[in-house]
Design a protein. Structure first.
Length: 268
């Protein structure tokens, strides 16, 4: 349909399309497990209907699927695990939440195996589905704005993308929406710096998918072993709590100040 669009024009089409899909999914109350594939659905629509880039082999390499980016895998696993564990541990020290072991948790080894299986599963499904859209497709299209603006803008669109699901009451429904929503937006923008950095540094979408999956699985694990006594726990030490904003924010500030990324590495 539109075969001569610039990268910025393509990014505009993609953003409009993914937000329309998200809004529709929100109205229909589509489950989060399906909702998170909206960026990939938008990408497929762009590739095979709107721009037809998917019929050119060269365009596939721009998604970053052809490289593993394994040099940053450990970073992508450890950063969310350490940050979320610290956030929840500090929250357990307050009167607002405490550690809790559910009866169905099983042995430590069963928990470890469950975490590994979930991590691998989400990395190649929902996390990859999201990251193919955000950091695989959209981020490189925005790189002409400068990499810092590109990672921040991608993170902002990623944050806004969650709003229809939250309005439907299917995601982060705990606590006061007037507090939870701004915290989620801030945290997702900050997290977008980390996701964007590992994508641009390696020219691979896989580290971003691994980081995304490690974050989500660690969050689910911490949440399962936490008993909340007050909504203040969500604001202080939850996934989007103030502690996580400070921890991820510190890393993001370091990346924005110290990282030397002028453009995407050439595809080969």
């Amino acid at each position: 349909m539109f075969t001569n669009l610039s990268d910025l024009q393509k990014s505009g089409f993609f953003i409009a399309l993914v937000l329309m899909i998200a809004s529709l999914f929100g109205v229909l109350k589509i489950t989060p497990e399906v909702y998170m594939f909206a960026p990939m659905i938008a990408l497929v629509s762009m590739f095979f209907v709107i721009t037809r880039d998917g019929y050119r082999k060269k365009e596939w390499s721009t998604l970053g699927l052809h490289r593993t980016g394994k040099g940053l895998w450990l970073f992508c696993i450890l950063v969310p695990f350490i940050c979320l564990s610290c956030a929840y541990f500090i929250t357990w020290l307050t009167p607002y939440a405490s550690p809790f072991v559910p009866e169905e948790a099983g042995s430590i080894w069963s928990v470890v195996m469950k975490v590994i299986i979930l991590f691998i599963f989400h990395t190649v499904t929902s996390s990859l589905g999201e990251e193919l859209g955000w950091r695989g497709y959209l981020l490189p299209k925005l790189i002409t704005l400068g990499w810092k603006k590109a990672v921040l803008l991608t993170g902002f669109i990623h944050a806004i993308f969650h709003i229809p699901l939250m309005l439907a009451g299917l995601y982060h429904s705990e606590g006061n929406p007037m507090i939870i929503y701004p915290l989620m937006i801030i945290q997702t923008i900050i997290g977008g710096v980390l996701f964007g950095y590992v994508r641009l540094k390696t020219n691979s979408v896989w580290p971003a998918a691994i980081l995304h999956s490690a974050h989500n699985v660690t969050w689910a694990l911490c949440r399962e072993f936490t008993q909340v006594q007050s909504d203040l726990a969500y604001y202080i030490g939850g996934e989007n709590g103030l502690i996580m904003i400070v921890l991820y924010g510190t890393i993001a500030c370091w990346i924005l100040q110290k990282a030397n990324i002028n453009q995407l590495p050439k595809n080969n």
